[in-house]
Design a protein around this ligand. Structure first.
Ligand code: PSU
Ligand code: MN
Length: 291
């Protein structure tokens, strides 16, 4: 059921550096057509760092590890959003499945990939327990020995609550040259990280030590190079609009992202694209660093 691209298989067999990339952001994170470009740029960044990208998604009945450009272009808004629980059904039903971080981690683990890059991790929604929505990304990270590089968690979530839950689950939250978890668009103001790292090499060393101890997932928060520090009021307005218009569940994130993009004159979307590329680059550097 799992199909590895030849390049990925060869790299893994040679003990080489491979970085898993998700497809939910490709299919559902950007306006039609633009997500694929973001996915391709992430792959380029991983390569520039000296590692091999493995973009993961469900296609034609298979869990594909290392989608080709043609295959990637089939991930549009019609794709299912696939978390860990959805992988088997999506493959068996031969649907196109865009994997979340959680879904991607589950496949990466089966393929033997230890590094993953994304924009923002899922987590605890604001207002919990109403809605009682906690992303499956967290539980999957807690049971997968992999390091995820992100700009923190999705902008619309409750970041302190997510950070507390990660602590309960025993997931180290590292900060890349910062002492607090980045807030996606914004760099400062988040909860403290459990350890600060100064280099890709140090991040890789900590991850391997954690795995040697039987630990599983780690999160590494990398603040965007050009943070937007004034979007929080806009996020609150977007969430109120979603609530007022009865938008809930899986459709909240696309609604909020589109709202932010429109109201910020495109600034949030540019920032989102940039930080995804920066995270991919860093994940590539960590994967390629020899420890
Ligand atoms: N961050 C974004 N946009 C997204 C996501 C994260 O800015 O679309 C995706 C990621 O794939 C993440 C997923 O794994 O949302 C989490 O979704 P949920 O909260 O439904 O588990
Ligand atoms: Mn959710």
């Amino acid at each position: 059921m799992i199909r590895l691209a030849e390049e990925v298989r060869d790299a893994l067999a040679g003990g080489g550096a491979v970085v898993a990339l998700e497809t939910t952001l490709v299919a559902h994170g950007f306006p039609p057509g633009e997500g694929v470009e973001v996915g391709i740029e992430s792959e380029r960044q991983v390569r520039a760092a000296g590692a091999v990208p493995a973009t993961i998604g469900v296609l034609d009945g298979e869990l594909v590890v290392g989608l080709s450009e043609d295959e990637l272009s089939r991930f549009d808004a019609a794709a299912r959003k696939v978390g860990p629980r959805d992988l088997a059904a999506t493959a068996a039903q031969r649907a196109v499945g865009a994997t979340t971080v959680g879904g991607t981690l589950a496949v990466a683990r089966a393929a033997g990939i230890s590094w993953l890059a994304t924009g923002g991790l899922g987590g605890v929604h604001r207002g919990w327990p109403d809605p009682p929505d906690v992303s499956a990304d967290l539980a999957q990270l807690a049971r997968t020995a992999a390091l995820v590089v992100s700009a923190g968690v999705k902008s619309l979530l409750d970041v302190p609550a997510t950070s507390e839950l990660l602590e309960s689950l025993g997931v180290p939250v590292l900060g890349y040259r910062v002492d607090t978890l980045p807030l996606f668009y914004a760099a400062a103001g988040g909860p403290p990280v459990s350890a600060r790292v100064e280099s890709p090499y140090e991040a890789a060393r900590i991850a391997r030590a954690h795995w040697e101890l039987g630990g599983n997932g780690l999160l590494l928060g990398r603040p965007p190079d050009e943070p937007l520090d004034d979007v929080e009021p806009l996020i609150e307005r977007a969430l109120r609009a979603a609530h007022d218009e009865g938008v809930s569940g899986q459709t909240v994130t696309p609604f909020v992202l589109a709202y932010l993009n429109r109201e910020s004159g495109g600034r949030t979307q540019r920032a989102n694209k940039d930080l995804i590329a920066q995270n991919a680059r860093l994940a590539g550097e960590i994967a390629a660093s020899r420890t």
